[in-house]
Ligand binder design. Sequence first.
Ligand SMILES: *[C@@H]1O[C@H](CO)[C@@H](O)[C@H](O)[C@H]1NC(C)=O
Ligand SMILES: *[C@@H]1O[C@H](CO)[C@@H](O)[C@H](O)[C@H]1NC(C)=O
Ligand SMILES: *[C@@H]1O[C@H](CO)[C@@H](O)[C@H](O)[C@H]1NC(C)=O
Ligand SMILES: *[C@@H]1O[C@H](CO)[C@@H](O)[C@H](O)[C@H]1NC(C)=O
Ligand SMILES: *[C@@H]1O[C@H](CO)[C@@H](O)[C@H](O)[C@H]1NC(C)=O
Length: 421
Amino acid sequence: MPFIIKKLSRRVTLFAAVLLCTLCFLAFINRLILLDYDLQATMTQHLQNTDSKNDSKMIQKLIERINDEQIIFNDLKYEALQNDSIVIVVQVHKRITYLRHLIQSLSQAKDISKTLIIFSHDFYDEEINKLVQNIDFCKVMQIFYPYSIQTHPHQFPGTDPQDCDRDISKSDAIKIKCKNAHFPDLYGHYREAKYTQMKNHWWWKLNRIFDELNVTRSLSDMQLLLLEEDYMIAPDFLHILSQMQSLSKRKCSYCNILSLGTYIESTNYDSYNKVEISPWLTSKHNMGMSLNRTTWNDIKSCAKYFCSYDEYNYDWSLQNVNYNCLTNKLFAMIIKSPRVFHIGECGMHHNSENCDPSQAINRIQFVIENAMLSKKFYPKRLKVTKMYDEYESKDNLKPNGGFADLRDQVLCLNMTTFYTF
Ligand SMILES: *[C@@H]1O[C@H](CO)[C@@H](O)[C@H](O)[C@H]1NC(C)=O
Ligand SMILES: *[C@@H]1O[C@H](CO)[C@@H](O)[C@H](O)[C@H]1NC(C)=O
Ligand SMILES: *[C@@H]1O[C@H](CO)[C@@H](O)[C@H](O)[C@H]1NC(C)=O
Ligand SMILES: *[C@@H]1O[C@H](CO)[C@@H](O)[C@H](O)[C@H]1NC(C)=O
Ligand SMILES: *[C@@H]1O[C@H](CO)[C@@H](O)[C@H](O)[C@H]1NC(C)=O
């Protein structure tokens, strides 16, 4: 009898031990799985109070990790990218209402499942992340600009408390020894972080995508289409882009920018199958523009003309690259009835975050529906109707300033990996 009890108790002990180990193991696995969620939850909690130093540090850590991991959502769900795939990059700040409409319009585009869309963020926001990560119609990736104001709230590239006020005079600035006293812009103003961020972000994402990300740097013939959060697209935009690619190969080998938008309101879509060819003009051809690696390598070799130019607009900076450095000048092929629309008129430059976009959105939806009804989308072939030889007059090339701070210029140059000082 005692023997049986002893044996039994030994079994119970053994059983208990095994049970305990199993539980420990499960808890450990669970912990591993939960770690990510924990971090997210803590983030969300802390983000309620976004101005504190610790939060910006946490966000910085988080985005460094995301940038390292290079996760592609829906990667296995859709076929592998090809060397000549179209990749789309969307520069995102924080206008989620616009972004929602852009994504909605992308979801309705034919062949969208063959592309990779990269969202390039300069603001970390859970709501925006959720919106982007819920996309199920193609491969998706998020990259985060690592030098943002959000993650550097009280230091460069954000605004350092010791930076000079925008409007202080140079002599006063030197007297009080504010940090950037020696670098006012052409118009005597000191840097404003939110403007320099846009240009530096633009330059960073191109370097990142063409030369650094594992998934894209090896796509030798990739065509990169540049969109912004406040755009919308027509359902045949990919069809048009690939037709323009083959048309340019046949008829315009010097066309190195393919442009899917224009600012001209052509709401009747009469020119739905017509393209024109023109020297690339800053203010006309910067919407829905796309470029391939050859063009990028040319532009990149002129990094200095982009980064060290006292101009806070990326497109005007690109114009400087074009005029003063490129041997193969930028030539654009432009579809006359636009497939990319800009809906955020009251956007960045107007300081109105609660401006109502619904009017512009309704107008574009109306244009798209009409074009669909009158069968203006998916033309079988494109026709070249105009070959302009207009050039921007040199008078228009006067820079707008806002990018004279040496720190901004160095940061910009340093994003181009091959560049050495
Ligand atoms: C940041 O966090 C550390 C430790 O968690 C804390 O000691 C410090 O007071 C925090 N600083 C700010 C500015 O919140
Ligand atoms: C990117 O490619 C490199 C070299 O092939 C590899 O070592 C690295 O792990 C890859 N990174 C990711 C995130 O896939
Ligand atoms: C892509 O191009 C590389 C080199 O240019 C080549 O080795 C590879 O086979 C190509 N891949 C595909 C899928 O065409
Ligand atoms: C990029 O486009 C240019 C101009 O159309 C063309 O000459 C070049 O071959 C293309 N490069 C690649 C890598 O596809
Ligand atoms: C340039 O970037 C590298 C990392 O890519 C960094 O280590 C270095 O400090 C940067 N230099 C300047 C002058 O910003």
